[in-house]
Design a protein around this ligand. Structure first.
Ligand SMILES: [Cu+2]
Length: 420
């Protein structure tokens, strides 16, 4: 009997260890990107060609998150989300583990917010400097007023070294070199202590007296006037003069030490979208359905080739998940580096892979199938009252040149079938 119990005990310990081991990386991986509603991830910002220039850096070393995004056209943009009239480009990371050195959209400095056009493409770059050692998941991110943060694909960046070595120095416009991590900290602490002391003295003076009940009784007895003594008036006068005096001294000191100050800039930037390339294919969605048991989306499309070269459909991308058509084989170096959990490298099947000739309109059946529909929690959109999807289609011509087309519309779920 003892032997059996021992075996069960050992087995239970091993099983517990296995469960813990299986759960641990999961807990470290996710930081909420999958929790966002699929309609926001699929029908707003379409991120593509996103890459992190380095995945291993030392503290103080720089890297960049760069790529492109297209805002879904008006017909696919969800009614529940505000349009990008005030938007700010950023990155999403696990706290202040990098500092942003600069961000650019189509080469324009994006220190401020801007307005983006729906249905148009933009190129971006965010330059970062590593500050905190660790393994961090970095996403490109667009903050839209009224819609929230829209994140791009996440990549892990390993930061080595020691945070104490982190140096965040800049040269001000007056030629002074300052460390932004520590600049003004002493002054800040000093003034907090000074004002704190005044506040504590003022509160202490009144709290030392008999408080609510005895005062209430005096007011009830019609003797409210006796509550404020001559000493109280003197104390109040000292507090008032001290507060005004401190304000004046602080102001004069700041003026003397920093004769030139500029306020934080909060202007609205303007940026022109990338030009629309000639010969963009025209795509009409006839119908789309999602087969729940098969984790597969089927689309019927009418594709018109508006270019002068034959084209083939190579990829469907939505919510940073990429479904590639292996028949077209666009598995280039950049695609190989793409996060594995977001890459369905054989996920796209097209009924007819023969090139669509210039001027030809062809009806094709497209299937995007992968566990990513469930793992990335996109399939839950079929339970939305507004069950629509959006995404990008990537066509390649005979020279390997890429053309993008928007796709989107109603997605009808199917709950039965063989799962193909
Ligand atoms: Cu992440």
């Amino acid at each position: 009997m003892k032997g059996i119990f021992g075996a069960i005990q050992r087995w239970a310990a091993a099983a517990t260890l296995m469960v813990v081991a299986a759960m641990a990386p999961q807990a470290a991986l996710a930081h909420g990107e999958k929790a966002q509603e699929p309609f926001l991830r699929m029908r707003t910002a379409q991120w593509y060609d996103v890459e992190v220039t380095k995945t291993k850096v030392a503290v103080n070393e720089e890297l960049a998150v760069r790529g492109k995004f297209r805002f879904s056209p008006d017909e696919h943009w969800p009614r529940a989300a505000a349009k990008p009239t005030t938007a700010f480009l950023n990155v999403s990371a696990a706290g202040p583990v990098f500092v942003r050195e600069g961000s650019f959209v189509n080469g324009v400095n994006m220190a401020n917010s801007t307005t983006f056009e729906l249905g148009r493409d933009y190129e971006f770059e965010v330059k970062l400097k590593a500050s905190e050692p660790g393994r961090w998941h970095i996403h490109s991110m667009m903050n839209i007023q009224g819609a929230g943060p829209l994140v791009g694909p996440g990549s892990f960046v390993e930061v080595t070294g020691n945070h104490d070595d982190f140096l965040n120095e800049i040269k001000t416009l007056t030629g002074e070199t300052v460390n932004l991590s520590t600049y003004g900290t002493k002054n800040n602490i000093m003034w907090h202590l000074v004002w704190g002391a005044l506040a504590v003295a003022w509160l202490g003076y009144w709290l030392a007296k008999p408080l609510f009940f005895s005062r209430f009784r005096k007011v009830e007895a019609g003797d409210a006037a006796s509550l404020t003594t001559r000493t109280d008036r003197v104390a109040a006068g000292i507090a008032l003069v001290s507060a005004l005096g401190l304000t004046f001294v602080g102001y004069s000191m700041a003026e003397a030490n920093h004769p030139v100050t500029l306020p934080l800039q909060s202007a609205h930037e303007t940026v022109a979208p990338l030009p629309i390339p000639a010969g963009r294919p025209e795509v009409k969605l006839i119908k789309a359905s999602y087969r729940v048991p098969g984790r597969a989306m089927n689309m019927t499309l009418d594709v018109t080739n508006k270019s002068d070269k034959p084209i083939r459909l190579g990829e469907f991308a939505s919510a940073t998940v990429r479904f590639l058509n292996p028949e077209v084989g666009m598995m280039d170096e950049a695609a190989k580096k793409y996060p594995k959990n977001l890459m369905a490298d054989k996920g796209l099947t097209v009924s007819d892979n023969k090139p669509i000739q210039p001027g030809e309109t062809r009806r094709i059946e497209v299937q995007a199938q992968d566990a990513a529909w469930e793992v990335e929690r996109l399939s839950s959109l079929i339970y939305d009252p507004d069950s629509r999807f959006g995404g990008l289609l990537f066509f390649y011509d005979s020279d390997g040149k890429r053309q993008l087309a928007d796709v989107g519309g109603v997605l009808v779920p199917t709950f039965v079938g063989t799962g193909t």
